[in-house]
Design a protein around this ligand. Structure first.
Ligand SMILES: Cc1cc2nc3c(=O)[nH]c(=O)nc-3n(C[C@H](O)[C@H](O)[C@H](O)COP(=O)(O)OP(=O)(O)OC[C@H]3O[C@@H](n4cnc5c(N)ncnc54)[C@H](O)[C@@H]3O)c2cc1C
Length: 406
């Protein structure tokens, strides 16, 4: 956006340069559609927002000719998920058996992934990325949305657009400005995220670690472990008040002894980020001239690490369905409804599954009043070879695959 001008025009204004916004921006720019992505932050740096690129995303990247570039940024690959509890190890899912070129989760720092998308999209003259640009409201005329109002370092700008896409995440400003309500459900837990240094001698596998009221999710990110410590909702303040020394002692109760000295690296709460876990979705993803995608339309919990991948699948579906209409200069309500119809039920399904895991495994593990055991149906499920493949498939693809149509 040129400084000094206060009214601009674009065909598609995308609010939010997260995974959903950047992928949609790239896809529309490839089709020659004038597209402007507005991102409030000055850069893409964002720790602990998920670095997990699943087969669904990697296959989309391969279609765009970007898979090798993405994999070069990868810190590690996850192929197996285990649950370790009271000396027992249960394999929950193995991605190795998937029939795909990418039978793993690539751990790619989100900052590198988003920078790569920005670089690729920037090769198209019709793509404009405005960092440091906060959308403050919508331009509403004749009962529809006609663009956005934003604040830049140069002042206030009115960006008029044929279509405005809210890809601005769980706290979406666009959603609020449009008066669309998010129906939110609290999860039974909150999460504390932190990192610990990693060496190849560490005997940790990626997966869940459970011991008497404690649950960790451990992810290998190359030179460090990313660890999520789950705790019952409402216990966060008590944990903080007890101090970081007490938190370290809690961690030692669940981590193997070989890791106990590494826990000493945590010496201040500033090294620990907290996340209030919630899930939710909106009833209607669109209004005239407006569409919500990604977390703006459906907030995901971190269970299964599917949020980024679902946001990207929304972007691909939206790009496929809307590009022809955007090229023709008019997007109808029918077009927008098609995007919701395509993506709504896969989203509902995976949110239900996340809730089931939260209630059956996580809440059960956090209760801690008796040794944790997977319930009988889950154990039987994991014993049946063809059923055992299902978690791996669902983690990797969800229930509906999306591919880029050119
Ligand atoms: C702590 C945590 C851990 C997570 N871990 C994982 C994981 O391991 N794997 C996984 O797949 N998912 C994970 N998720 C979920 C994942 O982060 C989201 O599902 C995913 O990022 C959604 O992508 P999005 O593009 O829809 O929104 P976001 O990634 O939230 O992007 C929205 C963008 O919009 C920008 N923005 C917001 N408001 C405005 C405004 N007014 N104007 C302009 N720009 C604005 C924001 O700065 C941001 O860049 C995690 C989430 C959290 C909170």
């Amino acid at each position: 956006m040129a400084p000094g001008r206060d009214i601009e025009e674009t065909t598609c204004a995308i609010v939010g340069g997260g995974p959903a916004g950047m992928v949609l921006g790239l896809l529309l720019a490839r089709r020659g559609i004038d597209t402007t992505v507005l991102e409030s932050r000055a850069d893409f740096e964002r720790d602990f927002r998920g670095d997990t690129l699943h087969a669904s995303t990697m296959e989309i990247m391969a279609q765009l000719g970007l898979a090798d570039k993405v994999l070069k940024k990868s810190r590690s690959r996850i192929t197996d998920f285990e649950l370790r509890s009271e000396g027992e190890v249960v394999r929950l899912a193995s991605l190795k058996e998937l029939r795909t070129e990418f039978p793993f989760i690539a751990m790619v720092p989100q900052v590198d992934f988003l920078n790569l998308l920005a670089e690729e999209a920037g090769k198209h003259e019709c793509f404009h990325l405005c960092m440091n640009t906060r959308v403050t409201g919508l331009i509403r005329e004749e009962g529809g949305t006609r663009g956005v109002l934003c604040k830049t370092s140069g002042g206030e700008v009115e960006l008029r657009a044929k279509l405005t896409v809210g890809a601005d995440g769980r706290g979406s400003r666009v959603r609020k400005a449009a008066g669309i309500e998010l129906e939110q459900k609290a999860a039974p837990m909150d999460v504390l995220w932190f990192r610990l240094p990693r060496t190849d001698e560490d005997h940790l596998g990626t997966g869940f670690y459970i011991s008497r009221g404690h649950l960790l999710v451990v992810l290998n990110r190359g030179d460090y472990w990313q660890i999520a410590y789950s705790l019952m909702k409402g216990n966060l303040k008590e944990m903080h008040d007890a101090g970081i020394d007490s938190f370290r002692e809690e961690l030692k109760k669940v981590l193997p002894e070989t890791m106990h000295s590494t826990v000493g690296h945590l010496n201040d709460w500033s090294q620990v980020s907290s996340l209030s876990v919630a899930s939710g979705r909106v009833k209607t993803w669109f209004q005239e001239g407006l569409l919500l995608i990604g977390d703006a339309a459906h907030v995901m919990t971190p269970v299964g690490g599917v949020g980024i991948n679902y946001a990207i699948q929304d972007a691909v579906a939206a790009g496929n369905i809307l590009a022809p209409s955007l090229k023709a200069g008019k997007v109808s309500m029918k077009d927008l409804a098609k995007v919701q119809k395509r993506r709504e039920w896969p989203t509902c399904f995976i949110q239900q599954l996340q809730t089931l895991i939260q209630n059956q495994i996580i809440a059960n593990a956090l209760r801690g009043d008796r040794p944790f055991q997977l319930n009988l149906p889950t154990r039987l499920f994991l014993r049946i070879p063809w059923l055992r493949k299902l978690p791996a498939y669902l983690i990797s693809y969800g229930v509906r695959r999306e591919y880029v149509e050119d």
